[in-house]
Design a protein around this ligand. Structure first.
Ligand code: CA
Length: 375
C-alpha cells in the first residue's frame, strides 16, 4: 500500500453570535482537514489545530515526502518529517501540520486492519468517557453574572456532570462569576476554570486564592505556556490542581513540563502536539511522572473522533484499583457550524458521557462532497 494523494480542505463558517475568551473574539469557526488517499482506495482523515491557512501550507510542503510512501510506517514518516523540519519548526505550526497527517495515517491503518485505531495503539481501557461541557464564553450583550450561570445550569440539565468556565477578564470579575456559576450548578457538578494564559503568576495566584473555596477541579492555563516558572509558582501557592499544555508540542516539549514538575494535569491536543502517535507517547510519559492527562479538544468532528480514539487509551489518573479516577473528555458546546456537519454520524453525549466509537479507523464517515459545499 502506498500513499497516492494528500489533499487539504479549509472549512469556514460565520457564527450567528460572536463570543469571546480572555484574549480574543470569535465570529468565525474554521477547520483544516487533511485527506490522504492510498493506491488501494483507502481514505484517511485528519485535522490540524491552529491557523488554517498556515497549517495548510505546512501540509502542502510535507506532501511530496508522503507520496509513494507506505502509510503504515507512520512512526518512520513522523520521524522523517520532524527531522527534515527540525531546524525550522520544533513547535507550533509545523507540528500542527504533522499532527493532521499523523491522524490521517492512523485512520488509514485502522481501516486497513478493520478495527478502531485505538486497537492498534494498545487497546481501550474504557468503553465510554465522562465529558465536560466547554462553554461559558463572553457575549456582546447581557450581564455575565446572569447569562453564565443560566448557561451552566443548562448544561447540568442536559446531563453534564462537569463544566468549564472561561476566566481571565480581571481577578475580581472572575471571582464573582465563578461564585455565581458554582451556585447555579450546585455542589455535585465539577467546575473547572480556564484563563487561556491571560494572567501572570501574581494575578493567577490572587484569583486562585479567591476561588479555592468553590471546589475547582482545575485551573487551566493560568499563565503563558512558556512560563514554566510561573506555572510552578501558581502550583505551589494553590490547592487547586493546575492544568495546561494545549500550546505545547511533542514528547520534547512535554518532557520539560514533566521534568520541571510544572503542572498537575497535562492537556496535549491530538491535532497540535504531534498526532495520535505522539500523544500516546506523551500520555505514557506523563503516567511515569504521576501526572494526569486530559486532552485538549477544540475542532471539528474529525478532531473530536481522533481525540476519542486517544482518550480510550489514556491511563487512569489514579492507579488501577476498584474505582480509579478516569480521564475526562473536553466537549466543546459553543457554536461551530462545521463541527458535526462533516461527519455522517454526529458524536453526541448521553447524560454527560460519550461512547468510544467502534468501527474501522477513527470511525467516522466523512462525505467530501458535503464539506466541500460548506467551503
Ligand atoms: Ca483551554
Amino acid at each position: 500500500m502506498k500513499i497516492k494523494d494528500v489533499k487539504t480542505h479549509i472549512l469556514s463558517a460565520k457564527l450567528t453570535t460572536p463570543f469571546a475568551y480572555s484574549r480574543a473574539w470569535y465570529d468565525t469557526r474554521t477547520a483544516m482537514i487533511v485527506e490522504i488517499e492510498t493506491d488501494n482506495g483507502l481514505i484517511g482523515w485528519g485535522e490540524c489545530y491552529g491557523p488554517a491557512v498556515m497549517t495548510e501550507a505546512v501540509v502542502r510542503g510535507i506532501k511530496p515526502w508522503l507520496i509513494g510512501a507506505d502509510p503504515l510506517k507512520s512512526d518512520l514518516l513522523w520521524e522523517d518529517i520532524y527531522a527534515r523540519l527540525r531546524d525550522h519548526g520544533q513547535k507550533g505550526l509545523v507540528i500542527e501540520g504533522l499532527s493532521g497527517v499523523d491522524i490521517a495515517l492512523w485512520d488509514i491503518r485502522g481501516k486497513y486492519f478493520s478495527c478502531p485505531s485505538y486497537q492498534l495503539l494498545g487497546g481501550a481501557l474504557r468503553d465510554d468517557v465522562q465529558a465536560y461541557a466547554t462553554g461559558l464564553y463572553r457575549r456582546k450583550e447581557g450581564n455575565p453574572l446572569e447569562y453564565l450561570p443560566d448557561e451552566a445550569a443548562g448544561y447540568v440539565n442536559e446531563g453534564f456532570k462537569a463544566v468549564k468556565l472561561k476566566v481571565g477578564f480581571g481577578v475580581k470579575e472572575d471571582a464573582a462569576v465563578t461564585a455565581a456559576v458554582r451556585e447555579a450548578i450546585g455542589p455535585d457538578v465539577e467546575l473547572m476554570v480556564d484563563a487561556n494564559h491571560a494572567y501572570d503568576a501574581v494575578s493567577a495566584i490572587q484569583l486562585g486564592r479567591l476561588i479555592e473555596q468553590y471546589d475547582i477541579s482545575w485551573f487551566e492555563e493560568p499563565v503563558p505556556p512558556e512560563d514554566l516558572v510561573g506555572y510552578k509558582a501558581v502550583k505551589a501557592a494553590l490547592t487547586i490542581p493546575v492544568a495546561g499544555g494545549e500550546c505545547e508540542y511533542t514528547r520534547l516539549g512535554f518532557r520539560d513540563i514533566l521534568t520541571q514538575n510544572a503542572m498537575d494535569i497535562i492537556q496535549p491536543d491530538i491535532c497540535a502536539a504531534g498526532g495520535l502517535s505522539e500523544c500516546k507517547k506523551i500520555a505514557d510519559m506523563a503516567w511515569s511522572f504521576g501526572v494526569r492527562t486530559n486532552p485538549h479538544v477544540w475542532g471539528s468532528g474529525i478532531g473530536i473522533a481522533a481525540s476519542l480514539q486517544f482518550i480510550a487509551m489514556v491511563p487512569t489518573h489514579t492507579p488501577v484499583s476498584l474505582n480509579p479516577k478516569q480521564p475526562i473528555f473536553e466537549f466543546d458546546q459553543t457554536e461551530h457550524p462545521v463541527r458535526m456537519a462533516i461527519i455522517k454520524d454526529p458524536i453526541r453525549h448521553q447524560q454527560g458521557r460519550i461512547a468510544i466509537p467502534q468501527g474501522p479507523g477513527l470511525v467516522l464517515k466523512s462525505t467530501v462532497k458535503r464539506f466541500r459545499r460548506i467551503r
